[in-house]
Design a protein around this ligand. Structure first.
Ligand code: NAD
Length: 732
């Protein structure tokens, strides 16, 4: 079936309309590239055709490249995947360059046919790179449209000429936010930035494109970089102004990425090298760096976890097969930090919310939290006054449990105390209908135990949000022993409504995320006790791709919370409790009033405004630095293995049932080195054999917490990876 349609009219305009069969969004496939190439040839060869409009039959233009096309290029090259990829990318460059030159005489630059891109809606990735090769980009003023090059967010960079063209169009500085941050914006903003040329009312899009084609002159078709005397805006690397930009960009990127993201480095290299050579050579350089990135295991792991698997989970990959459970009215118990956040995101998604606290004042305060977030949004121009009123109108603060009647989901976020939770469960269930689902946002208490307070444990579930609720994208859904499929579906449908990413796990101490975060924090603290330089610990973490070091993390979440969790865990585990050395540090910090950021004193020192000013220099008085410091790699390995091995144990214990959830949950939940695709992605990059060897060495040096789990040993013996061994779960 064709992916592009071709039609000509009496005025000599050929319209190429993209309409990938069976998909709501166009993506450029392996076949599509050849088809488009043929249609461009046809239009250029036909004397009756004066110009071309490239558009889409769907509400959007295109979402990007079909990732299978890249896989095909690799696979079809047999023993030499790099060659296959490079040649495939160069073929694509050839098609886009043909559009750009449009049959013009290479010397006089005359006689080309105008080709205009008419974008009805979103144009992302190759969906913008293709228009950038056209002579004009006209977009419909569609409020839902987002235009941009988001590749960097999944570990690659725009490799179909988008990098080279945008830098030559806007200069390195102007192109930086689009290339390095993957910024996607509405058409009007992209016009203001100079990325696209025109924005028109949706109903005028095609007429305007026709007018432009019919009135275009030879000079309108010549790209600045193909014209004589072209100079790159802002200067090339050896121009005095350009020099500053390139040196600065390099420092900025290294500062932000710590050098762990291969795509950011490769992108900068492509831009830096490409800026110094003619356009066609720059495209070859871009293709080389793009091939380099595609062959790095990090890019494959990031695409898989941050794009494919994340999307699959959001679409309900692990949703039980029960009817739609969309939430219409939500009850939230406890209007503190978490409850207020949950009420806010639900109201934002259009759900009516009854927000209950013990005192009316507290309930009102919870609603005020939503108001302050909306005010911030208004300041940034993201929220209108009407929207604010609408969202706030959906939150009803009260103390009256009777108002829960009609709620089909109730989430409790009261104090972390089983007695208080049992009491509110009973009170809520007395008011809720028999079909409604009750959820707890507990972070530490077993769901199965809390469900004992419920009259209908099959409709009792854990929905664990992360703080701050409005920012954190992961929601961990926890099944108690008796939780039924409808409760799971309800939780998943709710998470879909509020546009977050769910994982579904089984009930065990600390569920999944906290189970892995706590060992990370503890390993950092343990090293302080051993006399490892705190700066080494923190920097090692950042330099291996963790967003915050373990000491900063415990400061943020608060040291008294750490003490509380340590006491409860010790009480539950008795003799088997392994973290005595950690507790000594934690308890001493707490005894000294160093409770973390909220106290403006913790492992870090803070100024009066609460800003970190550096690690607390008193640490060395309590825990003197050891004469021998470990090397960076050893500290990094301790910090990553301690998390990843715990993730493997969670899989082994059946807490996790799908490695996709393990990877996506780790990246979104606590920022596990995103470049690695998550803990299972990281172990697969290492290979099970090497992981087992290193874990054994770490266990011998530092203790049993590093002992490789049986599953990993078994995989090492059989030469398996998590991807191969757990493929059936992925396909399910
Ligand atoms: P919080 O102290 O800020 O809020 C708790 C609220 O519950 C208070 O407003 C309190 O007045 C109210 N409350 C207490 N008893 C009540 C009752 N009987 N009826 C109605 N309201 C009552 O606490 P928080 O940080 O929002 O945490 C709430 C829950 O979420 C806890 O179970 C906690 O473990 C969990 N949690 C917290 C975080 C976090 O980072 N803070 C993250 C995930 C989960």
């Amino acid at each position: 079936m064709p992916e592009f349609h071709y039609a000509t009219d009496a005025d000599g305009i050929a319209t190429i309309t993209w309409d990938l069969p069976g998909r709501s969004m166009n993506v450029l496939t392996f076949e599509g590239i050849a088809e488009l190439d043929g249609l461009i040839d046809r239009a250029l060869a036909d004397d009756a055709v004066k110009g071309v409009i490239l558009t889409s039959a769907k509400k959007d233009f295109a979402g990007g490249m079909d990732l299978n096309a890249l896989a095909r290029m690799k696979a079809e090259a047999g023993d030499d995947p790099a060659r296959g990829l490079f040649d495939g990318i160069m073929r694509l460059h050839g098609v886009l360059r043909k559009i750009e030159r449009a049959g013009m005489d290479p010397k006089t630059l005359k006689g080309g046919k105008p080709i205009v891109a008419a974008l009805p809606g979103t144009a992302a990735g190759i969906g913008l790179e293709l228009p950038l090769a056209c002579h004009r980009i006209i977009a419909a003023d569609n409020p839902k449209a987002k235009i941009g090059l988001p590749e960097i967010l999944v570990g690659i960079f725009p490799g179909a000429g988008g990098t080279t063209r945008l830098v030559r169009k806007l200069g390195a500085m102007g192109a930086a936010p689009f290339l390095l941050e993957g910024r996607m914006q509405a058409p009007a903003k992209m016009k203001a930035a100079g990325v696209i040329d025109e924005v028109v009312a949706p109903e005028d899009l095609m007429a305007r494109a026709r007018d432009w084609v019919l009135s275009a002159k030879d000079a309108d078709l010549v790209k600045p970089w193909d014209a004589k005397g072209y100079k790159m805006p802002g200067g090339t690397p050896y121009h005095p102004a350009g020099f500053m930009t390139f040196v600065g960009a390099s420092a900025m990127v290294m500062g932000r990425t710590m050098g762990v993201y291969p795509a950011a480095k490769a992108l900068l290299s492509a831009v830096y090298e490409g800026a110094q050579v003619p356009f066609d050579t720059a495209l070859r350089i871009e293709a080389r760096w793009f091939t380099h990135v595609l062959l790095n295991p990090s890019s494959g792991a990031m695409i898989r976890s941050l794009f494919l698997d994340k999307e699959a989970l959001e679409k309900g990959a692990n949703r039980p097969d029960v009817a739609d459970m969309t939430v219409r009215k939500l009850g939230v118990l406890g209007a503190g930090m978490m409850g207020a956040g949950i009420a806010h995101v639900a109201a934002l998604a259009g759900i009516e919310v009854v927000l209950i606290d013990a005192a009316q004042e507290a309930a009102e305060k919870g609603k005020a939290h939503s108001e302050s977030l909306l005010d911030k949004g208004m300041k940034r121009g993201k929220v209108t006054a009407e929207k604010k009123a609408e969202v706030l109108g959906r939150i009803a603060p009260t103390t009256d449990y009777a108002r829960l009647s009609g709620c089909d989901l109730v989430v409790e976020a009261v104090f972390e105390d089983p007695k208080v939770k049992a009491e509110v469960t009973a009170r809520a269930e007395a008011a809720m209908g028999p079909e409604a689902v009750f959820a707890t946002n507990t972070s530490t208490l077993p769901i199965t135990d809390l469900a004992r307070a419920s009259q209908r444990p099959e409709r009792f579930i854990g929905i664990h949000f992360f703080s701050p609720v409005d920012k954190m994208m992961l929601v961990e859904i926890i099944k108690g022993e008796e939780t039924g499929p409808e409760a799971v579906a309800k939780a998943l449908d709710f998470v879909r409504q509020i546009r977050k990413t769910p994982i579904v796990v089984n009930d065990a101490r600390f569920f999944y995320a906290n189970r892995c975060i706590i060992p990370y924090i503890n390993e950092g603290i343990r090293m302080v006790a051993e006399g490892v330089a705190p700066a080494l610990i923190e920097n090692a973490a950042r330099m291996v791709g963790m967003p915050v070091g373990p000491l900063q993390l415990v400061d943020e979440t608060s040291i008294d919370l750490g003490v509380k969790i340590a006491r409860a865990t010790r009480a539950a585990m008795g003799e088997a409790y392994p973290d005595g050395a950690v507790d000594e540090v934690l308890f001493a910090m707490a005894d000294n009033g160093r409770l973390g950021r909220k106290a403006k004193a913790g492992f870090y020192a803070y100024d009066d405004a609460g800003k970190r000013t550096g690690l607390w220099d008193g640490l060395a008085d309590h825990w003197p630095l050891a004469a021998d410091q470990p090397d960076l790699t050893e500290v990094q390995e301790r910090l990553l293995y301690v998390q990843a091995l715990e993730a493997v144990r969670a899989l082994e214990a059946g807490v996790l049932t799908d490695i996709r959830e393990g990877n996506v949950g780790a990246i979104l939940g606590w920022g596990f080195a995103p470049w690695s695709g998550g803990p299972f992605g990281w172990l697969d990059i290492l290979g099970a054999r090497r992981a087992v060897d290193r874990a054994e060495a770490l266990a011998a040096a530092h203790g049993d917490r590093f002992a490789p789990p049986a599953i990993l040993r078994d995989m090492a013996g059989k030469g398996e990876s998590f991807e191969t061994r757990f493929a059936p779960a992925r396909a399910a």
